[in-house]
Design a protein around this ligand. Structure first.
Ligand code: PMP
Length: 406
């Protein structure tokens, strides 16, 4: 294992050499999408240059090579998340797709008056599909509340759980605030009440290596593009018993055992949920991204990102009028903030002129913004290829924006 060296790591990311408006790119929008190392880019080029073919049904060499690599990636992902079986890993187009797949499947499991719980910290993609499911089934959606620090109130969660609770949906890490939720405790309590738990791991996966068996989670979802992989691919982990029980989400090729005009029987897992030609290259590149991140080391990543978070938090708070939203002790390297009297969009626009990429707005989590009674925030989210010097430049940029806008 090579020791953690941010300067060497940065050389793996071609985009970090870019200039924006004449300034070196400072990319602090990692929670939206992470950047891609050359090892992953090379995997994509290699796929299209050397073995691009459709998988699973070809007898020819290219098809077999592509199938082997795609199924190899599934195994890598299985090992990474410590799933018991490779067929419990379903390739999706991303977290949103995976959540909709599960929501669709549970339509037949819920009846009128059943209750499902979501948390106040969810991304819209872990709210809207469940609202749609409740409309369809007559189930009732209840919300686990949060406190000023941006943490879920566990005692309130315990009060909401009852024999009526059928499902609990919660993210592992909040994208808007960075709060790390105590998901093991949440899962255990839900199971005691007999409820199924789905954890949206989209924001956790780039920072924390989740062990789905140790967590005993029923469903866990991630998107590759947040963890050094390409867009348009992700995975749904599901416990075998649930994946066997749920009906398929989409019909088509690849997901069948036999088709006649009278009746179709479905393929075994994982193919039952993978209708049509999948994102073959994306799946293989996701495997390469996991290899890369594991090579850097999740322990090292977490430790270094924590230093970035602490440093940036201190520097930002030294600027008059700055308020940070989400101040849990358990948090990933995300800072959501505002400056008194200034609209977040204006700060984002001005610091972009200085090369700094941050996200502004509600971050697809409007209920959190409503809780704080704000239209949105500026969100700086760090990754292991960011540096302390970049934070200094970001702080200078924020100060300049503030001076211009006051
Ligand atoms: N959940 C969370 C917590 C997220 O941050 C995101 C992406 N912003 C999603 C779900 C949706 O992921 P995707 O857009 O890749 O489907």
């Amino acid at each position: 294992k090579i020791p953690f060296n941010v300067e060497l790591i940065r050389q793996d990311f071609p985009i970090l050499k870019r200039k924006i408006n004449g300034y070196p790119l400072i990319y602090f929008d990692n929670a939206a999408t992470s950047q891609t190392p050359k090892q992953v880019i090379d995997t994509i080029v290699d796929y299209y240059s050397n073995y691009n073919a459709n998988i699973h049904r070809g007898v020819h060499t290219l098809s077999q090579e592509a199938t082997d690599k795609y199924e190899g990636a599934r195994k890598k992902i299985q090992q990474h998340f410590n799933a018991a079986n490779p067929y419990e890993i379903i390739f999706t187009s991303g977290t949103t797709h995976g959540i909709n797949l599960v929501a669709n499947g549970f339509a037949s499991e819920l009846k009128k008056g059943d209750e499902v719980l979501i948390s106040a910290l969810e991304h819209h993609s872990n709210i809207v599909p469940w609202q749609m499911l409740c409309e369809k089934t007559g189930a009732i959606l209840k919300v686990i509340p949060m406190n000023e620090n941006g943490e879920l109130i566990f005692a309130e969660y315990e009060k909401l759980l009852s024999g009526k609770t059928k499902m609990v949906f919660v993210n592992h890490v909040s994208n808007a605030l960075g709060t790390v939720n105590p998901i093991k405790k949440i899962i255990d309590k839900a199971h005691e009440a007999g409820a199924v738990v789905l954890v949206d791991g989209a924001q956790a996966a780039p920072h924390i290596k989740a062990d789905v068996q140790a967590l005993d989670v029923d469903f866990y979802l991630v998107s590759a593009h947040k963890m050094c992989g390409p867009t348009g691919v992700g995975v749904l982990y599901g416990k075998e018993k649930w994946l066997k029980k749920l009906p398929p989400y989409q019909g088509g090729g690849e997901m069948i055992a036999t088709v006649t005009f009278e009746k179709t029987t479905y393929a075994d897992l994982p193919h039952k949920f993978e209708a049509g030609t999948p994102n073959i290259c994306g799946g293989i590149a996701f495997g390469a991204a996991l290899d890369y991140m594991n090579e850097v080391g999740f322990h090292e990543i977490a430790e270094y990102e924590h230093q970035l978070l602490e440093y940036a938090t201190k520097q930002l708070l030294a600027i008059e009028g700055v308020k940070i939203y989400g101040v849990s002790k358990e948090k990933t390297a995300v800072i959501s903030f505002n400056i008194e009297g200034i609209h977040p969009y204006d700060i984002g626009t001005i610091i972009d002129k200085l090369g700094v990429a941050v996200r502004t707005g509600h971050h697809c989590a409007q209920p959190i913004m409503d809780f704080y009674k704000i239209p949105g925030t500026v969100r700086a989210s760090f990754s292991f290829y960011n540096t302390m010097e970049e934070i200094d430049l970001f702080i200078e940029a924020v100060k300049r924006a503030k001076a211009m806008l006051e």
